[in-house]
Design a protein around this ligand. Sequence first.
Ligand code: GDP
Ligand code: MG
Length: 163
Amino acid sequence: MSSIVAIVGRPNVGKSTFFNRLIQRRDAIVDSVSGVTRDRNYGKSEWNGREFSVIDTGGYIKGSDDVFEGEIRRQVSLAIEEADVVIFVVDVEEGITPMDAEVARLLRKETKPVFVAVNKVDSANRMDDTFEFYNLGLGEIFPIAGMSGSGTGDLLDEVVKAL
Ligand code: GDP
Ligand code: MG
């Protein structure tokens, strides 16, 4: 069975955009409209000659903040259980939100390797804003732009080493 990489994080950080780039097929649901149900997506990918499966998480139920957060928590727990490696995506435009902090708390309890991908680093002048994500307490951070693919190679180099 191939190793599994799960992509987790709160809505709108760019998980599906990154997933689509990884699997080079646009069959994940990508949208910027909140309040729609999004399913889990599975795909196959390969980097540096290493094949692996990718899960794009992010299905959630529209509802109160409690339901919403509960759903994110459920998705993260499922992903941690299933995956060999977790990529935790955050958004440099938003900084660390309370939900990011909650996801980080869940991930810090685990022994599985976690890589923090700071997404939407579209230009060099956003680099300075990435450092605050070290405060998540999950180790090294990887500035990426899922849309252009910038930085994703350095991240994947480390991800496949951990498989
Ligand atoms: P998800 O909810 O985490 O799966 O996020 P999506 O992949 O659906 O993306 C949410 C929004 O962020 C969309 O409008 C994307 O176009 C945008 N987005 C994704 N990656 C990038 C990026 O690298 N740079 C910028 N500026 N926007 C991005
Ligand atoms: Mg998505």
